[in-house]
Write a protein that binds this ligand. Structure first.
Ligand code: FAD
Length: 390
């Protein structure tokens, strides 16, 4: 292989998923010279429900223009306790209008969002995309020197790892993780229903996890079905006809006959948190920093808050100081601590309460839903926590 010239830049951002691409755009817009190191990845089959504050981030940073052009409004959340437990919760319906809102947020396909981000990126002068993968950190003195899979050497002041749950940047920086793997996975696919969801995300809560139908426009719905991994695998292997029967059974036939209109994909679930999200000029964001089961639609919402805080710190950086990359990474780790801990605890306890066989937990969950149903101040608080208030 011929020797390549060393590239010098301010910041390298690794990962072409939603978190990495959004971060690359927002940082390049500040005028930093950035390289976005992102190989061509398989299309992401997931969808993302993003709440009001995340929509504000997307539009104010110019990542998307009109949410309604690429997303579908989420105006209601309907929760149905479909368990056979001794203590069951009442059906609960949350309507955004109660909180004086037109909608809670929007549901997007990840591919639709990524296309919009990539279109935006092409218009920014200081943004440079290299179709290649991060391989390792060669040295981390005053500059960080990295090597790519194609043998390219890049020197930068700061390295951002947004390369997903199995982050190579995190490993190369020697940052450890805590990970609890769950017995559950999530099966996702697109469906066409006989009756539409009326802008409501409908969650059927079963003993092994929720079965959620999210509006995808007209009679279309995106399914996120969480269950024991072996149950999902066997349902998937049983063929489409068998799957459709399962879908109709799990949705209690409330939406009539169901058609499967995409392939099905299964994602294993875990709770993962990096020991730190910033040190020695290396910053982690998105699933490289934190991952959890998709309950309460928090993952990408949280990643967008990572980006906002990183951008805020970078706004006041003095690039003439040689340690700015290292200082930014430690300041970022400190600033993100509270939100990351609170969100991860919230999702973990929500997930545990959904699965618990322990009678007092079932009672607490059921009475919690009764209280949310009946008490306006509690409902108001629940609305704002769900929307991202901490
Ligand atoms: C079933 C499911 C449903 C979800 N629903 C929601 C929801 O409704 N709302 C919400 O807010 N969140 C949701 N989430 C979470 C959300 O999807 C993720 O938080 C988000 O997509 C993660 O984005 P990411 O960019 O951090 O990681 P990824 O999407 O994993 O992207 C990582 C990228 O890094 C690249 N990469 C890997 N290694 C390298 C390397 N060495 N060099 C260069 N690039 C590399 C990969 O190719 C990939 O493109 C859901 C998650 C799941 C599993």
């Amino acid at each position: 292989m011929s020797k390549k010239e060393i590239i010098k830049t301010d910041i390298v951002i690794v990962g072409g998923g939603l978190a990495g691409t959004a971060a690359a755009i927002c940082i390049a817009q500040l005028g930093f010279k950035i390289i976005h190191l992102a190989p061509t990845a398989p299309r992401d089959s997931r969808t993302s429900a993003l709440m009001g504050p995340s929509i504000d981030i997307l539009t104010s940073s110019g990542l998307i223009e009109e949410p309604k052009n690429i997303g579908v409004k989420l105006s209601k959340i309907r929760i149905i306790d479909a368990t056979n437990r001794l203590i069951r919760a009442p059906e609960a319906l949350f309507d955004a209008r109660e909180a004086g809102l037109d909608c809670f947020g929007y549901n997007f396909t990840n591919t639709g969002l990524l296309d919009a981000f990539e279109e935006k990126a092409q218009k920014i002068d200081s943004y440079q995309h290299i179709v290649d993968s991060f391989q390792t950190i060669e040295s981390n003195n005053n500059d960080i020197t990295i090597k790519t899979n194609e043998g390219q050497i890049i020197k930068c002041q700061m390295l951002v790892g947004a390369d997903g749950k199995k982050s190579s940047v995190r490993a190369a920086a020697g940052i450890g993780i805590k990970e609890k793997k769950h017995a559950q996975s999530a099966l996702v696919c697109d469906l066409e229903l006989e009756r539409d969801l009326d802008c409501a995300s409908v969650e059927f809560h079963y003993d092994n996890g929720p079965f959620t139908l999210v509006p995808a426009g007209g009679k279309k719905a995106n399914l996120v079905w969480m269950d024991k991994s072996e149950i999902l695998l066997s349902a998937q292997q049983g063929g489409d006809e068998n799957l459709i029967k399962e879908f109709e059974k799990h949705s209690m036939s409330l939406f009539g006959n169901i058609k499967l209109i995409s392939k099905t994909f299964i994602f294993p679930l875990s709770n993962l948190s990096a020991d730190t999200v910033g040190e020695n000029g290396v910053v982690l964001l998105g699933e490289a920093a934190h991952a959890f089961p998709p309950v309460g639609a928090q993952g990408l919402n949280l990643s967008l808050r990572d980006i906002v805080e990183l951008v805020d710190i970078l706004k006041s950086v003095d690039k003439s100081k040689k340690d700015w990359g290292k200082n930014t990474s430690s300041q970022y780790a400190k600033t993100r601590e509270k939100d990351l801990k609170a969100t991860s605890m919230m999702v973990e306890s929500l997930f545990k309460s959904l699965l618990s066989d322990f009678l007092p937990v079932q009672a607490a969950r059921a009475s919690g839903l009764w209280a949310l149903k009946a008490l306006p101040p509690l409902r108001k608080k629940a609305f704002s926590i769900g929307m991202g208030e901490r």
